[in-house]
Ligand binder design. Structure first.
Ligand code: ATP
Ligand code: MG
Length: 475
C-alpha cells in the first residue's frame, strides 16, 4: 500500500502546461526522488501537494484513501511537511518566530506569549539537525543564507498536533555546506527507519543516487519514467531527465591566461583570460571578497565588472519585472546593446539571444521573473551578467539550482568568454567545479586569502585540506 499516491496531476499556467498527467506513488519508509531539468514541473507538483497551487486535475490518496488538499493547513493535517525551494522566511522576525510560523505559539495565562517556551521549542527543533550555533532569539536578517535554510528545515521537524508522515523537500541542500548536508541526510535516514517517507528534489545527481530508493523523472511536465535507482546508471538517469546525452566534462581552457592584469590587489592579481577559483569553508569570506571587488554596482557595471550574487532573489533580480528588463537593466546604454537606439524591441531581442545561450526556459522575454522556476531565475541572473561582455566576471555559487545540462552549457560559455580575454573570479563550494574550471585557486580562511595554489594536479582531498588549513600533502 502506498503512503501517498498522486494520479493524473495536470496544471497549466495561462494555457501553458506545467504538468501533464503525472502519476507518482511513495511507499512507507521510502525516499523518493523527483527529478527533471529546470522548469520540468517539480516545484509545481510539490505546491499542488502542499495546497498552495490549485491543480486542473489531480487525485491524491493517502493510505489509499482519497483526500482533498486545498490549503496548507489541510496538507499539514494529513501529515505532510514541506521545505519549499524559495525560502518563505521573515527576516525581521527571530529564528524562533520563523520556526513557529503558522503554528500556535505557547502562551502563559492563556494570553501572553511564553517566549521562553517558544525559544526552547525552537532550540529543540534545531537540535534535531544537530544545530547548536544558531541562537533562536536572533533576527533572521542577521543569518547567512545557509543558516536560514537550516532554520527552515528545522521548522519541518517541529512536532505538530498530527504526526508527520511525509517530508517533501525541494532542493534542501542547494544552500548547505557538505557538513550541513550530511547532517540532513542522517535525519532523512532516521525518518526512513521510522517508516515515514520523503519526496526529495535535488539537481545533485550523486546525492540522489546514494540517498533515494526510487525516482520519478519529469520532462516538460510529463512523467517520463519511474523506477528503482539501483537499476539505472548516473548517465542514463541524466539522459532521461534532459532528453539528450550530456557530457559532464568540464570544457578545457582554449588558451593560457595572458600576463595583462585585469584586477590588482595586494593579495590577488587576476589576469586577462584567467579563472581564479575561490575556496574555503562556509563563511570564510568568499562572498565578502566578491562584494568588495564589485563595490558600487553602478560604477562596477560601467567598468565592465559583472556579478552573479549568491542570493539571487534579493540581490540579483527584480522578480516583479519581465525577464528582458532584468537582463538589460545594467546595460541600458544603447551601445552596449549593439545598436544605436534603445527600443523595447531591441531590448527583448538582446534578452532573447542571451536567454538562449543559457538555455532559459520561459514563455518569452516578457514573462515575469516571479513566474519562472528556481533554476531559470538563476539563468536570468547569468544572462544579465554576460550581457555587457564583462572584463571581469564575479561568480558566487553560480550553478546552484541549475540542472546538469544547463550547467555544462554555462561552463562552455565561460570558457568561450575567457578565450576572448574575460577574467573570472569563481567562488564555489562545489570542489569538482573549482578543479574543473579554475587556473588557480585562492583559499580563504578567517576572511582573508590564506594562499593561492595552481589548480592543475590538485585533488579534491588536497583542496579540502587546504580549506581546513591543513597541509595539502598530509592526508
Ligand atoms: N506562477 C506561474 N505563472 C506562470 N508560469 C509558471 C508559474 N509558476 C511556474 N510556472 C511555469 O511552470 C513550469 C514549471 O515550473 P516549476 O517551478 O515547477 O519547475 P521546476 O521543475 O521546479 O524547476 P527548477 O529545477 O528550476 O526549480 C515552468 O515553465 C514555469 O515557468
Ligand atoms: Mg523548482
Amino acid at each position: 500500500m502506498a503512503l501517498l499516491s498522486l494520479e493524473n496531476v495536470s496544471k497549466a499556467y495561462a494555457g501553458i502546461p506545467a504538468l501533464r498527467g503525472v502519476d507518482l506513488a511513495i511507499a512507507p519508509g521510502e525516499i523518493h526522488a523527483l527529478m527533471g531539468e529546470n522548469g520540468a514541473g517539480k516545484s509545481t507538483l510539490i505546491k499542488i501537494l502542499a495546497g498552495v497551487v490549485a491543480p486542473d486535475t489531480a487525485t491524491i490518496r493517502i493510505d489509499d484513501v482519497p483526500v482533498t488538499i486545498d490549503n496548507p493547513a489541510a496538507a499539514h493535517r494529513h501529515g505532510l511537511r514541506f521545505i519549499h525551494q524559495e525560502l518563505s522566511v521573515v527576516p525581521a522576525l527571530s529564528v524562533a518566530e520563523n520556526i513557529m510560523m503558522g503554528r500556535p505559539y505557547p502562551r502563559r495565562l492563556g494570553a501572553l506569549v511564553d517566549w521562553r517556551a517558544l525559544n526552547a521549542m525552537a532550540r529543540k527543533a534545531l537540535e534535531t539537525l544537530g544545530i547548536t550555533h544558531i541562537d533562536p532569539r536572533k533576527k533572521l536578517a542577521h543569518l547567512s543564507i545557509g543558516d536560514r535554510m537550516l532554520v527552515k528545515i528545522s521548522s519541518a521537524f517541529l512536532a505538530g498536533e498530527t504526526p508527520a508522515r511525509l517530508y517533501v523537500m525541494d532542493e534542501p541542500t542547494a544552500a548547505l555546506t557538505r557538513e550541513e548536508s550530511e547532517r540532513l541526510f542522517a535525519v532523512l535516514r532516521e525518518i526512513k527507519a521510522a517508516g515515514n517517507s520523503v519526496l526529495y528534489v535535488s539537481h545533485r545527481i550523486d546525492e540522489v543516487m546514494s540517498l533515494c530508493h526510487r525516482a520519478t523523472v519529469l520532462r516538460d511536465g510529463r512523467p517520463i519514467d519511474s523506477g528503482e535507482l539501483a537499476n539505472i546508471t548516473h548517465d542514463d538517469l541524466v539522459a532521461l531527465m534532459i532528453g539528450r546525452k550530456v557530457t559532464e566534462a568540464y570544457p578545457p581552457a582554449q588558451a593560457a591566461p595572458t600576463k595583462d592584469p585585469v584586477l590588482q590587489r595586494p593579495d590577488l592579481t587576476v589576469r586577462k583570460g584567467e579563472i581564479i577559483g575561490i575556496a574555503g569553508l562556509a563563511g570564510a569570506g568568499q562572498t565578502e571578497l566578491l562584494r568588495q571587488i564589485f563595490g558600487n554596482p553602478q560604477k562596477a557595471w560601467k567598468a565592465g565588472i559583472a556579478y552573479v550574487p549568491k542570493e539571487r532573489r534579493s540581490e540579483g533580480l527584480v522578480t516583479s519585472r519581465p525577464i528582458y528588463q532584468n537582463i538589460t537593466l545594467p546595460h541600458l546604454q544603447a551601445q552596449s546593446l549593439g545598436g544605436t537606439w534603445l527600443t523595447p524591441r531591441r531590448e527583448r531581442q538582446f534578452a532573447t539571444r542571451l536567454g538562449e545561450d543559457v538555455r532559459l526556459r520561459a514563455a518569452g522575454p516578457s514573462q515575469l521573473v516571479s513566474e519562472l522556476s528556481g533554476g531559470n531565475q538563476q539563468k536570468v541572473v547569468f544572462a544579465k551578467a554576460l550581457g555587457g561582455v564583462p572584463r571581469l566576471l564575479l561568480l558566487d555559487e553560480p550553478t546552484r539550482g541549475v540542472d546538469v545540462g544547463a550547467k555544462f552549457d554555462i561552463y562552455a560559455i565561460i570558457r568561450d568568454m575567457t578565450a576572448k580575454g574575460m577574467a573570472v573570479l569563481l567562488a564555489s563550494s562545489d570542489l569538482p567545479e573549482l578543479l574543473g574550471m579554475a587556473d588557480r585557486i585562492a583559499i580563504m580562511r578567517d576572511g582573508r586569502i590564506a594562499t593561492i595554489v595552481d589548480a592543475k594536479g590538485l585533488t579534491e582531498e588536497a583542496l579540502l585540506n587546504l580549506c581546513y588549513g591543513r597541509s595539502a600533502v598530509a592526508a
